[in-house]
Ligand binder design. Structure first.
Ligand SMILES: NC(=O)c1ccc[n+]([C@@H]2O[C@H](COP(=O)([O-])OP(=O)(O)OC[C@H]3O[C@@H](n4cnc5c(N)ncnc54)[C@H](OP(=O)(O)O)[C@@H]3O)[C@@H](O)[C@H]2O)c1
Length: 261
């Protein structure tokens, strides 16, 4: 019984932003656990590259050109996954973007773009996926928030990012309450710092050293270190768990962060 708790054999997953970084690592992990995996992203070439990276004979993986800010695109992708694989059991709302300007410099359009990707996107994907999951009587939705969904970066900045990731926590809780009676669990992961394209510019900077000092593990995370939490929340192991936010941050949020020399 316990051996099968984490198995995803027969399940179908959609990972938004699955062509890069954290999304690709989770797509790989879901596939290794037995799921059929669809990835969605805007760049067709990156999608094709990620599909090749996922391997297999193409019968259990698929890529969709998806823009999470566009409801038509979201609806077509969810329908496409169901047409291809017959169902949708797991949605990973992972697509995201960042802008690191000061609140005093951030243009309205820049604010709206981050909110559209990081918060409206998960709303739209949840809306369309939950309809399918309701018909099936089960489903797992995993929202990728951030430690900045629970606290703010020192010195601020990342205004729209931090607000959107706090919004993702609220979206997680309210949809968890509505959807749990339908057999759908909604939870969030709050990653600390992981090197991906989004954070690549931090390499070799004083901020990287500061993150290392601030993090009890003494290091940034490897994207593969998110897979275990993802599999837990995607599988039967978490059937009685909904509305939670799990930090995967090397202990970052547990510490007061003061430099005591
Ligand atoms: N890296 C970290 O340290 C860290 C920490 C905490 C949270 N996170 C969160 O983890 C998630 C993944 O980030 P990452 O670090 O892996 O970044 P990444 O490597 O830059 O990947 C971002 C992904 O989002 C996709 N995307 C962006 N806008 C999209 C849109 N409108 N529609 C569909 N897909 C879109 C991108 O694909 P296309 O460009 O092809 O669309 C790409 O696949 C984000 O939500 C991020 O906020 C990251």
């Amino acid at each position: 019984m316990t051996q099968n708790l984490f198995s995803l054999v027969g399940r179908v997953a959609l990972v938004t932003g699955g062509n890069s970084g954290i999304g690709l690592a989770m797509a790989r992990g879901l596939r290794e656990a037995g799921a059929k995996v669809a990835i969605g992203g805007r760049r067709a070439a990156r999608n094709a590259q990620a599909l090749a990276d996922l391997g297999g004979d193409g019968t259990d993986t698929a890529a969709f050109e998806l823009d999470v800010t566009d409801e038509t695109s979201v609806g077509a992708t969810v329908q496409g996954v169901v047409a291809r694989f017959g169902r949708l059991d797991i949605l990973i709302n992972n697509a995201g973007g960042v802008n690191r300007k000061s609140v005093m410099d951030l243009e309205l359009g820049e604010w709206e773009q981050v909110l559209a990707t990081n918060l409206t996107g998960p709303f739209l994907c949840t809306k369309h996926a939950a309809r399918q999951m309701k018909a099936q009587g089960s489903g797992k939705i995993i929202n990728i928030s951030s430690t900045y969904g629970l606290t703010a970066p020192s010195k601020g900045l990342q205004v729209a990012y931090t607000a959107s990731k706090h919004g993702v926590v609220g979206l997680t809780r309210v949809t968890a309450v509505e959807l749990m009676p339908l057999g759908i669990q909604v939870n969030a992961i709050a990653p600390g710092y992981f090197f991906t394209e989004m954070t690549g510019e931090l390499r070799g900077t004083s901020l990287e050293q500061s993150i290392i000092r601030r993090t009890p593990s003494g290091r940034l995370g490897e994207t593969e270190q998110l897979v275990g939490t993802c599999l837990y929340l995607a599988s039967s192991a978490s059937d009685h768990v909904s509305g939670t936010v799990i930090p995967v941050d090397g202990g970052y949020l547990a510490s007061d962060g003061l430099d005591r020399g």
